[in-house]
Design a protein around this ligand. Structure first.
Ligand SMILES: [Zn+2]
Length: 162
């Protein structure tokens, strides 16, 4: 897939990264920075079904589209596809005696969850993501611009009509 993105993917400078990290709750820090996993069925985003974007909790980069979310019954928000391939980093994770593919935000490196190949058609991918790693932005609301990058951040993202 030859992907391009209008978003600026250069990482935040360390002082800004540290400032954003300091604004997180302890639960958010445990997952985003320490690669923890939240308990299933506790996430506030599980029942979210409105159109919109799911953005990185730390840096605000859009990671998933509302339309790709599905009920995996695992207790974690699950998606069939990324918002943009370039917005995710895929990292081999051999912890806990399993080989899995970890998902991180491609811009700030924060831990999001894992991707598995047992999802529904058409992609058969299941992006299993922690609620605390994401911030939901309704389609009618402006995107966050936590890094001060400017458009398309800070404005309403209008997905292409399908
Ligand atoms: Zn991020």
């Amino acid at each position: 897939m030859s992907a391009t993105t209008p978003f600026d993917l250069s990482p935040p400078a360390p002082p800004l990264f540290n400032q954003l990290a300091a604004s997180l709750t302890q639960d958010e820090r445990d997952v985003l920075l320490e690669h923890g996993t939240e308990s299933p069925f506790c996430g506030v985003l599980l029942t979210e079904k409105r159109p919109g974007l799911y953005c990185c909790r730390l840096c605000g980069l859009p990671l998933f589209l509302g339309g790709t979310k599905f009920d995996s019954r695992t207790g974690w928000p699950s998606f069939t596809a990324p918002f943009n391939e370039l917005h995710l980093a895929y990292v081999r994770d051999a912890s806990y005696g399993m080989v899995r593919t970890e998902i991180r935000c491609a811009r700030c490196g924060s831990h999001q969850g894992h991707v598995f190949d047992d999802g529904p058609p058409p992609t058969h991918q299941r992006y299993c993501i922690n609620s605390v790693s994401l911030a939901f932005v309704a389609a009618t609301d402006p995107l966050p611009d936590k890094l001060g990058r400017g458009m398309p951040e800070g404005v309403v993202w209008m997905p292409a009509a399908t």
